[in-house]
Design a protein around this ligand. Structure first.
Ligand SMILES: Cc1cc2nc3c(=O)[nH]c(=O)nc-3n(C[C@H](O)[C@H](O)[C@H](O)COP(=O)(O)OP(=O)(O)OC[C@H]3O[C@@H](n4cnc5c(N)ncnc54)[C@H](O)[C@@H]3O)c2cc1C
Ligand code: HEM
Length: 404
């Protein structure tokens, strides 16, 4: 435990570090990767280049430091990050490496202002925060490996079917090479895929939500090909689309994540997705149809138009089997979409539409999509008085703020 003096130093220096937050974490990553290039096998290089990961880590270290004498208060955040860490294979021995380079960065950015007293206090505080992560992650490693059909680390899966779902989204049906059982998962959870691409110096790991209901003999992921406009094309998604064919083997870690449908609750749910954000929602939808066909579901999907609208027939046929109201929004419908009446509403999902069409007072809301889309949905739900305990969301990248 930390003494009172250390706690006071930490709390009084957090605001100073927050001002320099991104500068510190930028120096931190640069030095850490210089000294430990092997960590580039785990970190997403594109997130680094865009500064997303820096913001996420800086934000969490300072949030944790503010609550250093009451880490219980940030346990939900620790839990969410620990799921990601476990899915990536982060181990206890990685923590001292991060701690050492964080202190080096604090010293470098703050200069003389970083006295020995301050540095020692931060070393102690980092130790407490790291221990909290390590112990939560140890339980998760244990649970992942020891569940029925579970495993430790990455396990080889063979691509059974590869199915084009739209011009930009393709599904991969994955079965374990060993032919044994696979772990159950909660609808909304994801797996990590680790790729070795010929000619690349490092492995690349990415998360993909499981897009079908649990209880099958396969896992399904549905991947959007990320085209860069002025930036390079997305590495893993393009490789999966263009180079991974049926019969090839992918390395997969066991399902993870704290974003999942509460299948105990019987009150209505509203599943809202934008673009490829529909993958966890389809898993939830298919699960409700299997397990709780009496539950009221509103499935709202927003896409640009029919060309990029994935899993359309599957959603329509599942909706027909259960108490599901499925509504499709296109903001750029094509002539063909108009002729075939293949969407319900033109434009974006609005607060007014939600107010008129869903049970605001009782429903739980689950949403996922591009960050601006998520910000708009979150703001609409808050304005309509939906309480935080009924708002659930997933980021398809490092966590960010949804404040507008
Ligand atoms: C929990 C979770 C679940 C997810 N589920 C899904 C899912 O179901 N389906 C799905 O398709 N995706 C999903 N994702 C997203 C997925 O993990 C990948 O992020 C996505 O496939 C892009 O990876 P990539 O390797 O193709 O792109 P990356 O190489 O990681 O690039 C990402 C973006 O950065 C841009 N970029 C690359 N280099 C630079 C640079 N130098 N400067 C600036 N920008 C750059 C690229 O153009 C691209 O737009 C999920 C993510 C998470 C965290
Ligand atoms: C107490 C220390 C740590 C904190 C506070 C922390 C915090 C975070 C946060 C906030 C995220 C983003 C989570 C999200 O996706 O929303 C993250 C992801 C990640 N963390 Fe940590 N982390 C810590 C230690 C470590 C260690 C020791 C490693 C390994 C060396 C590590 C590797 C990663 C990786 C690889 C990602 C995903 C990055 C990406 O996809 O860009 N972290 N961490």
């Amino acid at each position: 435990m930390l003494d009172q003096k250390t706690i006071e130093i930490i709390k009084s220096t957090v605001p100073v570090l927050e001002v320099h937050g991104e500068q510190i974490t930028t120096v931190f990553y640069k030095t850490m990767f210089e000294n430990h290039p092997e960590l580039l096998n785990i970190f997403n290089h594109a997130n680094q280049k865009q500064g997303k990961q820096q913001r996420a880590l800086a934000g969490t270290v300072y949030a944790a430091a503010k609550y250093i004498d009451n880490l219980e208060a940030i346990l939900p955040v620790v839990n969410q990050i620990a799921h990601k860490h476990r899915s990536l294979g982060i181990l206890p021995e990685h923590y001292p490496i991060v701690g050492k380079h964080l202190l080096i960065a604090i010293k470098e950015v703050l200069g003389d202002a970083a006295t020995d007293e301050i540095i020692n206090a931060w070393a102690d505080a980092y130790g407490v925060i790291a221990d909290a992560f390590i112990s939560v992650e140890a339980e998760m490693y244990d649970a992942a490996a020891n569940q029925k059909g579970g495993w430790d680390g990455f396990r080889p899966f063979i691509v059974g079917n590869k199915v084009e779902e739209s011009e930009v989204i393709t599904s991969f049906y994955l079965k374990p090479v060993d032919g044994k059982e696979i772990a159950a998962f909660k609808p909304g959870q994801y797996i990590s895929v680790k790729l070795e691409i010929e000619g690349e110096d490092f492995t690349h790991i990415r998360q993909y939500s499981l897009s079908d209901a649990p209880g099958k003999s396969y896992y399904r992921i549905s991947v959007k090909k990320e085209a860069g406009l002025e930036t390079p094309d997305g590495k893993v998604s393009n490789y999966l689309h263009s180079s991974v064919e049926e019969g090839e083997v992918l390395q997969i870690s066991a399902p993870a994540g704290d974003f999942f449908l509460d299948t105990e609750k019987v009150t209505p749910v509203v599943l809202i997705s934008g673009g490829v954000g529909l993958t966890p929602m389809v898993s939830m939808l298919n699960t409700v149809a299997d397990l709780q066909p009496e539950k009221e579901v509103t499935f709202i999907h927003a896409a640009q138009n029919g060309k990029v609208h994935a899993l359309k027939d599957e959603v329509a046929s599942t909706a027909a089997k259960a108490k599901v109201n499925s509504v499709v929004f296109y903001d750029q419908p094509t002539e063909e979409d108009r002729e075939n009446s293949s969407f319900d509403v033109e434009g974006y999902i609005t607060k007014e539409w939600l107010k008129e069409n869903v049970d605001i007072a009782q429903s739980d809301f689950y949403f996922c999509g591009p960050v601006p889309f998520m910000k708009a949905i979150n703001a609409a739900l808050k304005d309509l008085g939906v309480t935080d305990d009924r708002i659930h969301f997933e980021f398809f990248g490092p966590m960010a703020s949804l404040e507008v």
